[in-house]
Design a protein around this ligand. Structure first.
Ligand code: FAD
Length: 469
């Protein structure tokens, strides 16, 4: 059995490689049904842009599996532990899955491990999201998770990401499923009730840049950015432009869903450098992938502490925040009753702890109605498109945490809901970094006016997003 999580691609998929020689293979995606009652944003976690993008990624992945003699099954269960029971009833000896960052994601892995043990099924958790394997990271300096530069120095020039795996031409057949065993399992089709509504929606972000969740679209974007346009050669100079589509790679939504693998991107950059030569920009794209890598291992290392108001193991040195404990994240759908309580309690308690002026300031920030026009443009772009450049993310985050003095975790939760490319480690890690809730952050408030003059000197970005008002 293959527990499909966030590696929605055929190429460089370690689970498919591991299962290649199996007698039969059942790929299963956990997707609990959504409740009928509309919930507030902080209980949902996943807003319309990401839901749509993920539905596209899942749908395309299911078609690719079908084409290779397999298929995708959807299980309306929230808890990974249920897979062990299913596996046992199928007389399946092994479950394969990839490891994810995030405390709830890890908790799911542990719960499945326990359930598998009980059922006599073996669980193989593989590295599928990162450049380096866990075994390679075991040799990294002990304090690498505390500081990006320690981490980078520990890996750069010392560790090489493994070559990406080729996509399989053929997959093991599906097992025979009796009606009793397949209860609660449904073969994926684009008309599946959970995905159909998302897939029917009009392209919500077409006004920003064409974004389609399929792995093929991620490959096409990679080909364009690296080989066809060669924008990679100017990336270091352009990456802070908040408006131009090709200013940065835009790989993040595919990387977040695993519709593109970090090792594939890395290998493609290296190939480009070998063909056309390297420069500061080609290096810088690899450098940014190391930030992603760093936050993954940082999140795996520190667990729930990355959600604490002061960050892992430190007293809060950044903006004063209401400390209501730690946040827990979940990879499974927000409609699962069991995990929702925790999430809503958590954000709800921060919201309740705000003073009336803080609450008003937070709400004005979410609507893009602050005193800072660059922040307003960013917040409207986020809500209308599900996307923000790294520069806009930094300025908006810094403004909430420092200038408005609102608990940064509310901002991180807001981003979690709206971002198309939300990734638990990169989002909460970067937010903590901006708010100085990180062991090595020296972040200080960013002056939004200075930032606007430096990165939007002609006001085109602000005009783009504020023009209606
Ligand atoms: P490029 O500039 O082209 O970089 C290439 C890749 O490197 C990215 O796709 C991404 O995978 C990685 N990368 C680049 N910068 C960072 C960074 N600072 N941290 C980690 N990885 C990086 N990134 C996410 O993928 N998901 C998030 O939820 C997320 N939330 C963020 C929240 C805040 C407050 C901030 C400041 C940054 C956040 N980032 C997040 C990091 C970064 O902003 C995005 O990865 C980047 O803007 C995506 O655009 P791109 O693909 O064009 O990046």
């Amino acid at each position: 059995m293959y527990w499909v999580r966030q590696e929605l691609r055929l190429a460089d998929n370690p689970c498919l490689r591991e299962a290649a020689a199996a007698e039969c293979l059942l790929p299963v995606l956990l997707q609990p049904k959504r409740g009928r009652v509309e919930r507030p944003w902080w209980e949902q976690r996943e807003g319309p842009f990401r839901r749509r993008f993920r539905a596209e990624s899942v749908s395309a992945f299911a078609s690719e599996l079908e084409r290779r003699g397999s298929g995708l099954f959807v299980c309306a269960e929230a808890r990974a532990g249920a897979l062990a029971t299913l596996a046992a009833s199928l007389q399946c000896s092994r479950i394969v899955a990839t490891k994810l960052a995030g405390s709830d994601e890890e908790a799911e892995e542990q719960a499945l491990q326990v359930a598998c043990k009980r059922q006599g099924v073996s669980l193989h958790l593989l590295d599928g999201h990162t450049l380096f394997a866990g075994a390679q990271m075991a040799g990294a300096p002990a304090d690498a998770s505390r500081s990006f530069s320690r981490f980078r120095k520990g890996v750069e020039g010392k560790l090489a990401p493994a070559a990406p795996l080729a996509a399989p031409d053929k997959l093991p057949p599906l097992p025979a499923l009796t009606a009793e065993v397949s209860k609660g399992l449904e073969r994926f089709s684009p008309s599946h009730p959970f995905f159909a509504a998302e897939l029917r929606q009009a392209q919500p972000y077409a006004h920003t840049f064409a974004l389609h969740g399929a792995a093929d679209a991620g490959q096409a974007r990679m080909q364009w950015f690296i080989w066809e346009s060669r924008c990679i050669r100017r990336y270091k100079e352009t990456r802070n432009d908040p408006l131009a589509v090709d200013a940065s790679s835009k790989f993040s939504p595919w990387l977040a869903q695993g519709a593109l693998s970090a090792r594939e991107v890395w290998a493609e950059i290296v190939r480009f450098e070998a063909t056309h030569g390297s420069n500061a920009s080609t290096y810088w794209l690899r450098f940014e992938l190391l930030w992603r890598e760093y936050f993954f291992w940082y999140a795996r290392h520190h667990g729930t502490a990355i959600f604490a108001s002061g960050g892992p193991g430190t007293a809060a040195v950044g903006p004063k925040a209401v400390d209501v404990g730690v946040r827990s994240t979940s990879v499974v759908d927000d409609a699962s009753a069991g995990l929702n309580g925790e999430r809503s309690t958590w954000v709800g308690r921060i919201l309740e702890g705000l003073t009336a002026p803080q609450r008003a300031a937070f709400e004005a920030w979410t609507r893009g109605e602050t005193d800072a026009s660059f922040v307003n443009a960013a917040m409207r772009e986020l809500r209308e498109s599900g996307w923000l450049s790294n520069r806009s993310r930094q300025v908006a985050a810094s403004y909430l945490a420092w200038q408005l003095g609102v608990d940064w975790r509310l901002g991180a939760a807001w981003f979690e809901y709206w971002l198309c490319d939300y990734d638990v480690a990169s989002n909460w890690g970067n937010w903590g970094y901006q708010a100085a809730a990180h062991p090595r952050s020296d972040a200080r408030p960013l002056d939004p006016e200075w930032q606007a003059n430096a990165y939007d000197p002609d006001g085109a970005y602000r005009h783009r997003w504020l023009k209606q008002t």
